[in-house]
Design a protein around this ligand. Structure first.
Ligand code: DX5
Ligand code: ZN
Length: 231
């Protein structure tokens, strides 16, 4: 049974951008824990997404912490400006940098901007590539889809990465280390995500979709989390 608080982190990629403020206010009022903003530069992944102005607009609509998921080739160039716009966690991709030294440089830059460093790994990256950095960061984001698009199906074979990371961080006596799962999280797989060891659940299309309001979706996610923890 996980001791850590399970957090919900809405990703707004599939939100109604014409009503951005109310979409953020609604999930804030429904009791989510942080907002996850997917930043895409059109190079690291094909789509383009949000600028610092959008991050600032989201920050002005909520008091919740904001994490920026930097799907960009050169994360170091964005850190200062996203911190100023209101981001308190920067998640950069190991694949954008490849070397541990470059990762350390980015981690330092994130810390210097008074933000928390986190590393994301794409489906083809093995956890061994980043184990050496665990002591320097506060969170690992395990991608369970191909980065770039919301609404894909969670690849359950990738949950073993989370199981192994949780085992390793527990052995390192880091019970509060954040392991975030990003991609395809839905009501019907929440139990699997939590039992694997994830404590932050990114939920994009599970919250922003055409079937229910964001606030009802968050209620259902809370219920699914509660049920997962009880059984
Ligand atoms: C994809 C993004 C995800 C995405 C999640 O590159 O990192 O955060 O928005 O969306 P869902 O929950 O729909 O898979
Ligand atoms: Zn993301």
């Amino acid at each position: 049974m996980p001791q850590q608080k399970i957090e919900i982190a809405p990703s707004i990629l599939t939100a109604d951008f014409g009503a951005l403020r109310s979409q953020i206010e609604e999930v804030t009022a429904a009791g989510v824990n942080r907002i996850h903003l997917d930043i895409m530069d059109g190079h690291f992944v094909p789509p383009l997404s949000f600028s610092t102005e959008v991050v600032a607009a989201v920050a002005s609509a909520t008091d919740l912490p904001i994490e920026v998921h930097l799907m960009v080739e050169k994360p170091i160039e964005y850190i200062q400006s996203f911190s100023e716009a209101g981001a308190s966690t920067h998640i950069f991709h190991f694949e954008a940098l490849q070397s541990l030294d470059s990762c350390k440089e980015v981690i330092q830059e994130i810390k210097s901007s008074n933000s928390s460093p986190a590393i994301a790994i794409s489906p083809n990256t093995h956890i061994d590539s980043i184990l050496e950095l665990i002591g320097d960061i506060e969170q690992i984001t395990v991608m369970t889809i191909q980065p770039g698009w919301g609404g894909q199906k969670l690849r359950t074979e990738l949950l073993s990465k989370i199981i192994n990371l949780r085992k390793i961080t527990s052995e390192m006596n880091l019970p509060n280390f954040n392991i975030e799962i990003d991609g395809g999280v839905k009501i019907d797989n929440i139990k699997q995500c939590i039992s694997a060891g994830a404590n932050i659940l990114v939920a994009g299309s599970a919250i922003y979709n055409n079937e229910m309001t964001p606030s009802n979706a968050v209620k259902e996610l809370h219920l699914a989390i509660k049920n997962s923890l009880e059984k």
